[in-house]
Design a protein. Structure first.
Lengths: 277, 264
């Protein structure tokens, strides 16, 4: 914020007549240019996007049809097919989170500049973490379905590889923020590297560790619900089948089940976090 | 985050935290049980390693011959992201205000919060499936799905920002006899406007990521091209698409970082 004075003439009341302007001309110019860019982007997108008008015209009709087909939800299908798939989804999310942590821990230790003193290794670990994060879990699932074949194994690996980047980045940040005192004290007492990690580093990052674990597990429960759409196991497979067979009442049950699981997972995470941290 | 401080009376060094230990053992037991349920054999893993080697060999070199198709998909993804963000922000503004418990009465904020929670809970790909049925194949379904996702994120954060504002200014403006609209415009919005811009930028970033994927279920963008290439085992084209998507996302991150710095 900057202030520019108005008429700087000789009279004594001049300070009272000062004119306050919130932004400097350069700031105002960048703001206007950005506003212009946003408007231009929207206009370009609206004018060139490929929307089929017939589809838009009968959208309300189709929507009503969809709701009518979905209601009432086919609750009888839950015990026979949906329940097992839902449990499998939870297993995929948990195992994926665990494997992700196993792979992320060494990378996080390598990426933290106060643990690993070799800049080349820091950079290498960072590249690994960024690569994991910039590929979406569905794309990871496509890749692992090509590698392991369709099934829950591909889902577990997709979740794990997607989690590495997120978990590794947050853990590395927690490691870099910790207090060097306890480590120095242990090292001065002659403790080996393992003891230093276990007794000085681990107690300091433990709250961050559990916080990240719970947070990522919550995200992974949501993500593992859709992995089945590309064949990576879980409730997505059942959802895909139900949609392909136009069993919309069953689709409604599956959606309700996913919604319930996601909400319960969120409540569990909030509770456990309040207890742990 | 700070570590747990030791109890004042007993000062055992490195005391065993039995609660945490039991919690950890329970988690490990559950993971062991889950891995037996999922058929994760070692043989399958070793077999997969061989397959993985062959798969990676087929990814290289990336094949950019069909770059027109690639560019078309990328542009459509960007269009979806831009329109979904604008639509989502326009809808999030009233929804966020309606969900803020210090502005709206409970019978308005309660249902609005529930609606926002549902928007947030459903994965955007699942929402996209529903909209593909309702609106037909194409970009429109992707836009609608990402608008729902944007509401779930922006409206929630916006409501939280509104709940954190200082009520003094609201009371001051109200005490001059201002109407409800004037209170919103002159007391509430100025306090949250800059954060709202930040949420919008963040959401544009994440919509761009997500718009590259809604195509997997037929909702437009590069995802459809990617999924088709996977299904045809066209792995060299797959690697070209993946490189293009990652480049686009990194570029977007760079640009939004610059914009955020300029808007501060």
């Amino acid at each position: 914020m900057s202030a520019t004075t108005g008429n700087p003439s000789g009279d004594t009341l001049a300070p009272l007549r000062r004119q306050w302007i919130r932004h400097s001309p350069a700031e105002r110019l960048t703001r206007w240019l950005m506003f212009l860019a946003v408007v231009a982007a929207v206009v370009w997108a609206v004018r060139t996007i490929d929307i089929i008008p017939e589809f838009l015209a009968d959208a309300p009709e189709q929507m009503a049809d969809l709701v009518l087909r979905m209601w009432p939800p086919d609750l009888a299908a839950y015990p026979t097919t949906i329940h097992a798939a839902l449990v499998e989804t939870l297993h995929i999310a948990s195992l994926g989170t665990a494997f992700g942590f196993l792979m992320a821990l060494p990378l996080a230790l390598m990426a933290a500049r106060n643990i690993c003193r070799i800049p080349a290794l820091n950079a290498l670990a960072q590249v690994g973490l960024v690569a994991s994060r910039s590929v979406n879990s569905l794309v990871w699932a496509l890749i692992f379905v090509a590698v392991f074949g369709p099934g829950a194994a591909a889902g577990v690996f997709a979740i794990a590889f997607r989690s590495i980047g997120f978990v590794g980045k947050l853990l590395a940040e927690a490691l870099e923020e910790m207090n060097p005192g306890p480590r120095e004290a242990l090292r001065a007492a002659g403790a080996p590297w393992g003891a230093e990690m276990l007794k000085a580093v681990w107690p300091q990052i433990r709250p961050a560790f559990w916080g990240v674990a719970l947070f990522r597990w919550d995200i992974n429960v949501r993500e593992s619900a859709v992995l089945g759409l590309v064949g990576a196991g879980g409730i997505g497979v059942v959802l895909e089948d139900a949609i392909n067979f136009f069993q919309w009442d069953q689709v409604a049950t599956i959606l309700l089940a996913i919604l319930a699981v996601v909400l319960v997972a969120e409540i569990v995470v909030t509770r456990v976090r309040a207890r742990l941290l | 985050m700070s570590g747990s401080n030791p109890p004042a009376g007993r000062r055992a060094p490195f005391a065993t935290d039995w609660g945490m230990r039991i919690f950890g053992i329970l988690i490990i037991a559950y993971l062991a049980y889950a891995s037996t349920q999922l058929d994760l054999g070692l043989g399958r893993f070793i077999n997969g390693l061989g397959e993985g080697g062959r798969f990676i060999a087929r990814l290289f070199p990336p094949n950019f011959e069909r770059w027109e198709l690639l560019l078309e998909g990328l542009l459509e993804s960007i269009q979806i992201a831009v329109l979904a963000t604008v639509g989502g922000i326009i809808l999030s503004l009233p929804l966020g205000l309606m969900a803020a418990r210090n502005i709206a009465p409970w019978w308005v904020s309660g249902p609005t919060r529930a609606f926002i929670a549902v928007c947030r809970s459903l994965h955007y790909v699942i929402v996209a499936i529903i909209f593909v049925k309702a609106l037909g194949f194409g970009a429109l379904a992707g836009i609608a799905a990402l608008i729902i996702a944007s509401i779930g994120f922006v409206a929630k954060l916006f409501a939280e920002a509104v709940e954190e504002i200082s009520m003094k200014q609201v009371e001051a403006v109200r005490s001059t006899g201002a109407s409800g609209m004037a209170v919103l415009l002159y007391a509430v919005l100025p306090q949250v406007a800059s954060r709202f811009v930040g949420f919008g930028l963040y959401q544009l970033d994440s919509n761009l990521r997500n718009s590259t994927l809604v195509g997997v279920v037929g909702a437009g963008g590069i995802g459809g091209t990617l999924f088709a290439a996977f299904k045809r085992f066209d792995y060299d084209f797959v690697s070209a698409i993946l490189i293009a998507i990652i480049a686009l996302i990194l570029l977007a991150e760079l640009v939004s970082g610059r914009i955020r710095a300029a808007m501060r």
